[in-house]
Design a protein. Structure first.
Length: 352
């Protein structure tokens, strides 16, 4: 780092540094000293004929399922890891520049340090891909923190105490289960069954049960509106529009929360098995702590109706849903950044 960059970095207190929850479905960005400033879909729209990016984030998601053949709107991350490096770099650069819009009032502002979360089960190659994409997107230095650790910090769990805390973070591409104590992950379990799998299961169910073709966005809407993991006091229903698979004509059907719950049984069983597997590997003393403190559900998938009830019945352990489930990961990254804990055991770093 040059003298001017070093001076400005010290004088501005690295105010423009960023925390990023780089999710399969959505990306959240927080700026040091300002909090969360961006929450957009992790989607990029590309014109294949001209080989150029047309839109990123919210604007790109509006194009999903609605574009001509020459335009592709897709997610460059799959199952929590980078599937297309170049497009991920473009998306990250866009989000970083958009988040730092106010910071550019400082004409000599140095490039930001960036803390990014990754699933706990990723390989070293996948971690390196995130490092490189973040640096190429404009970061001065990149730091990685495991997703369940960031979620636990953001959920205010006592991670540095000698007591066990368990977090179940269900995102778009992965479900992360971890038992944390004394500032470290004691047991972790990562599966690639999460919100996207829920959506795909609903899409296939509607096709098979109702002979109706729907898109990913409609499947997600059904999950949000009537999806549940356990019986509800008041069951719901929703009107769904799509194409009749036989005639190809528009068609409308009514779908109930009971049938969606039945179709989600298989992916929800996978999540339950992951939680049980983590509990089975937890040391007895920490397991006894969990009976008192319970399991913390976080992430967008953790908001599925009745999931806390289902896990409680399956495991016998108390389960709580974080009131800030969607923001815990990025807030955890931000707290590590603001506490200047970047040289501690929470993160891995790379950069210039």
């Amino acid at each position: 780092m040059g003298f001017i960059d070093q001076f400005l970095s010290d004088s501005l207190g690295d105010r423009g540094d960023l925390a990023i929850d780089l999710g399969t479905a959505n990306t959240l960005v927080a700026v040091r000293g300002e909090g969360i400033v961006l929450n957009e879909p992790s989607v990029v729209a590309i014109d294949q004929n001209e080989e150029r990016v047309l839109a990123v984030g919210i604007d790109a998601k509006r194009m999903v399922g609605r574009t001509p053949g020459s335009i592709t709107a897709f997610r460059p991350l799959k199952d929590g890891v980078i599937a297309d490096f170049d497009v991920t770099e473009v998306m990250l650069r866009y989000f970083i520049e958009k988040a730092r819009g106010d910071s550019r009032r400082w004409p000599w502002s140095p490039r930001p340090r960036v803390v990014v979360c990754v699933p706990s089960g990723v390989t070293s190659v996948e971690k390196r891909a995130v490092f490189e994409a973040t640096i190429q997107a404009g970061a001065r230095r990149a730091y990685l923190i495991e997703e369940p650790m960031a979620a636990a910090i953001g959920a205010d769990l006592p991670i540095e105490e000698p007591t066990g805390s368990m977090v179940v973070d269900i995102g778009g591409g992965t479900s992360e289960v971890a038992v944390i104590a004394m500032g470290g992950i004691v047991v972790s379990q990562s599966i690639r069954t999460a919100g996207d799998e829920f959506d795909e299961t609903i899409l296939e169910h509607v096709k098979n049960a109702h002979n109706l073709l729907i898109g990913e966005r409609t499947a997600e809407d059904i999950k949000i509106k009537v999806g549940s993991a356990a019986p509800q006091r008041e069951e719901l229903d929703v009107e769904v529009n799509g194409l009749d698979a036989t005639s190809g004509l528009p068609k409308t059907v009514h779908i109930t929360s009971e049938e969606i719950r039945r179709c989600l049984n298989q992916p929800l069983d996978e999540v339950t098995k992951a939680v049980k597997a983590a509990l089975d590997r937890t040391p007895p003393d920490l397991a006894s702590d969990l009976m008192y403190y319970g399991i913390m559900l976080t992430g967008g998938g953790g908001l599925l109706r009745g999931l806390d009830t289902r896990l409680r019945e399956e495991t016998g352990v108390p389960v709580n849903v974080s009131p800030t489930a969607l923001e815990n990961v990025v807030n955890g990254c931000l707290r590590v950044l603001e506490a200047n804990a970047l040289s501690g055991g929470f993160v891995q770093s790379s950069g210039y």
